[in-house]
Design a protein around this ligand. Structure first.
Ligand SMILES: C[S@@+](CC[C@H](N)C(=O)[O-])C[C@H]1O[C@@H](n2cnc3c(N)ncnc32)[C@H](O)[C@@H]1O
Length: 374
């Protein structure tokens, strides 16, 4: 039997090449996602992740022959997750790329009117091209457009030479003033000159070089779990389906604002030109303890209706007392018949991704709460 971690090691198979698709924040290590799926479910089982992020759990499930269903509210995470399950045909993506590139000069005036941040971040050719992509790609409803858009999102910012942008971090979009000051201080106010067509063609060639992954019936829904789960519960009940594994990692209370962290990618998807914390429930930093309670209570409560009696509930969360205690309390409330409760602590020994990216909140570690019925 192939060890699951081998499937995604290196970049020599379509599965490994697409597995890491999409820089996101607080994502599962890939080998961990494969190991959990392998250990706690079997082929043909139904598995669910109501906070799917960039979709590693769903991808691992789909590759390992589990029917996997994810839900993700953030369009950046959703696009990465859903595209890697079913990337559009390479020729169609290239055709669409050329089409968008050919429209770039209509955006000359619009690019001149963009705020200074964008002009320091991207050269003219790139900025016009991005504006054309932002306007014309129908990423919500068309798989070719979604595939091209998600490739653009991957390379929207990063170290010089790795993406379209002037020096930036890849996982998280830095603030506007912070970036401008940083570029000025380091004499880097001129963005790198890049031909976006050639650049993206190279990236597409590399990504598709080994083919596309073979994924079993698996999907990520773009939406809010507190709402989407209602219909999922109804449909599962109608079809007599029970899920064997709930495998997820909810947002941690007061830690990450996935909308601010991804603001530049959200701009490319049609969002505002500057980063703003959204006041909408579930789209900010989860500072309200009441909202946070409601989120976990609603989502795990609804999931409980579709889980098999003998299922496993595997939740990775923050070790800090508020998030951990609350999650444990809600899970045991909704899964009272899961008698075996195991908690594994994972202290962070190195600087975490969130700290590296400037998060001042001290991260102490994570815990895995695992509930089983035998
Ligand atoms: C800790 S991250 C999950 C990361 C994921 N395990 C991965 O490997 O990428 C939590 C995710 O929950 C999403 N989220 C928060 N509230 C949500 C909601 N109401 N419905 C669906 N997704 C939600 C956030 O956007 C974020 O992507």
């Amino acid at each position: 039997m192939i060890k699951t971690v081998e499937i995604v090691k290196g970049f020599n198979t379509p599965e490994s090449r697409w597995a890491r698709f999409g820089p996101y924040y607080a994502m599962f290590p890939l080998d961990f996602a494969f190991e959990v799926i392998e250990k706690y479910s079997k082929k043909g089982d139904f598995i669910i992740d109501p906070f799917a992020g960039r979709g590693s759990s769903i991808y691992a499930g789909g590759i390992l022959g589990r029917r996997s269903l994810g839900i993700e509210i953030n369009p950046v995470g959703w696009l990465y997750g859903s595209v890697k399950l079913r990337p559009a045909a390479k020729e169609l993506v290239i055709k669409r790329l050329k089409d968008i590139y050919s429209k770039r000069n209509y955006y000359k005036r619009a690019s001149e009117l963009m705020p200074v941040f964008y002009k320091m971040c991207y050269c003219d050719e790139v900025l016009k091209f991005l504006l054309a992509a932002r306007k014309h790609l129908n990423w919500r409803d068309d798989n070719v457009d979604a595939t091209l858009m998600s490739i653009l999102l991957v390379y929207l910012h990063g170290k010089i030479g790795e993406g379209f942008s002037n020096q930036m971090q890849m996982t998280k979009s830095m603030g506007i003033n912070y970036s401008i000051n940083w570029w000025k201080k380091h004499n880097m106010t001129n963005p790198p000159r890049i031909n976006p067509l050639e650049f993206v063609l190279r990236k597409i060639e590399w990504r598709y070089e080994k083919g596309t992954p073979n994924v079993q019936e698996s999907h990520v829904i773009f939406g809010d779990s507190t709402i989407e789960l209602k219909q999922i519960v109804q449909e599962a009940e109608k079809a007599g389906i029970k899920f064997s594994l709930l495998f997820t990692s909810p947002p941690y209370c007061s830690v990450t604002d996935y909308y601010v962290d991804q603001w530049l990618r959200l701009w490319l998807l049609g969002g505002p030109q500057s980063h703003k914390s959204l006041q909408e429930q579930y789209k900010s930093r989860f500072v309200s303890k009441k909202d946070y309670y409601n989120l976990l209570d609603t989502v795990f409560g609804k999931c409980a209706a579709i889980m098999d009696e003998k299922s496993t509930i595997y939740v990775r969360t923050d070790v800090r007392p508020f998030t951990y205690n609350l999650t444990f309390e809600i899970l045991t409330k909704h899964f009272p018949n899961h008698v075996d409760k195991k908690v594994e602590s994972r202290p962070f020994t190195k600087k975490t991704q969130t700290e590296i990216c400037g998060n001042k909140t001290k991260n102490t570690g994570e815990v895995d709460i695992i509930l089983t019925s035998q």
